[in-house]
Design a protein around this ligand. Structure first.
Ligand SMILES: [Zn+2]
Length: 309
């Protein structure tokens, strides 16, 4: 056998056995690992993502998922968020029946319709947003919360429609509107243009509310980015942020790569944005409900004169 033939055969052999991606088809499979695992009690402790402290889950829940050592604010889902704000038993969901469609028949690493089914099962929600009426300290409000875990809290047609209807309901019933945003995803790319249109739609609805003298309080949580921040989340009459939340349009790493400059310390964090005037105040989660009640009272409850002239 000549070296060329040998070379050719070897290459063929390698090509057959080693596809470009994934494992070779006839690669030996590993023997299944022993299922015996160290018995560890699950779900009792959480490690703080910021300081590494091991926190007893019950304590974490009592602290509204804020680390007792470093005050790191863990992510809250939409339902948990509403539970921390609404007076017990007063939240009545509106437009909960809205379901996302797949207008583009989007196929990516995962088909959009499959991804939706998976997220819906995981988070027990139809889409990344809950809206409804509730009372806060006895004051009726329109309350919405997006869920940054459900497809990264991205805004598709349903989230946009729910925020729009929330603004319209607030206008019709003369209720203060409170939206708690958390979105790392911005506009939902799987819905393409339908998703981008929600930016204009939500902004227009909030503009009507504003023109009619309604109150909209926007609460920004970690992270509030891209299409969500570039539309309804930035339009509050009052804009409140949780401590150390990442808030912006494009992420800091992409900006740094684009402008080839180092960004200042704390760029796009709540504290930096407060200093530069984008937000009105930073409020720790424990103080959020009381702060919202104070704003609602200040802006909407008529003041009774304390003395007669
Ligand atoms: Zn911590």
């Amino acid at each position: 056998m000549t070296p060329q033939v040998l070379q050719s055969q070897t290459t063929n052999e390698v090509t057959r056995r080693m596809p470009l991606f994934g494992k070779p088809k006839d690669a030996p499979t590993q023997a299944p690992r022993s299922r015996k695992k160290k018995e560890m009690p699950e779900g009792l402790w959480t490690k703080c993502e910021s300081c590494g402290e091991i926190i007893y889950n019950k304590t974490l829940e009592e602290q509204l998922r804020v680390c007792p050592k470093c005050q790191h604010h863990f992510t809250l889902g939409a339902r948990e968020r509403i539970d921390t704000l609404a007076d017990p038993g007063t939240f009545h969901e509106l437009n909960g029946e809205l379901m996302p469609l797949d207008p583009l028949k989007f196929q990516g690493p995962a088909a959009y319709k499959d991804k939706l089914l998976q997220e819906q099962a995981t988070f027990q929600m139809r889409d990344a947003c809950l809206t409804g009426t509730a009372t806060l300290g006895g004051h009726e409000v329109m309350l919405a919360a997006t869920d940054s875990r459900f497809m990264m809290g991205s805004m598709g047609s349903v989230l946009g429609e729910k925020v729009t209807r929330a603004a319209e309901h607030a206008l019709e019933k003369r209720l203060p509107l409170i939206i708690v945003s958390g979105s790392g995803g911005g506009a939902r790319m799987q819905e393409g243009l339908f998703s981008l249109m929600q930016m204009a739609k939500t902004s227009a609805a909030l503009s009507h509310l504003h023109q009619a003298g309604g109150l909209f309080i926007s609460v920004l949580t970690h992270p509030t980015m891209a299409g969500v921040m570039a539309s309804f989340a930035a339009l509050g009459d009052v804009i409140i942020a949780e401590p150390r939340a990442l808030i912006g349009f494009t992420g800091p790493r992409v900006i740094e790569q684009t402008i080839r400059q180092k960004l200042p310390e704390g760029f796009q964090r709540s504290e930096f944005l407060l200093e530069h005037g984008l937000i009105d105040c930073i409020v720790a989660r424990k103080e959020l409900k009381a702060t919202l009640i104070r704003f609602v009272e200040d802006f909407t409850v008529p003041h009774v004169p304390s003395h007669t002239p």
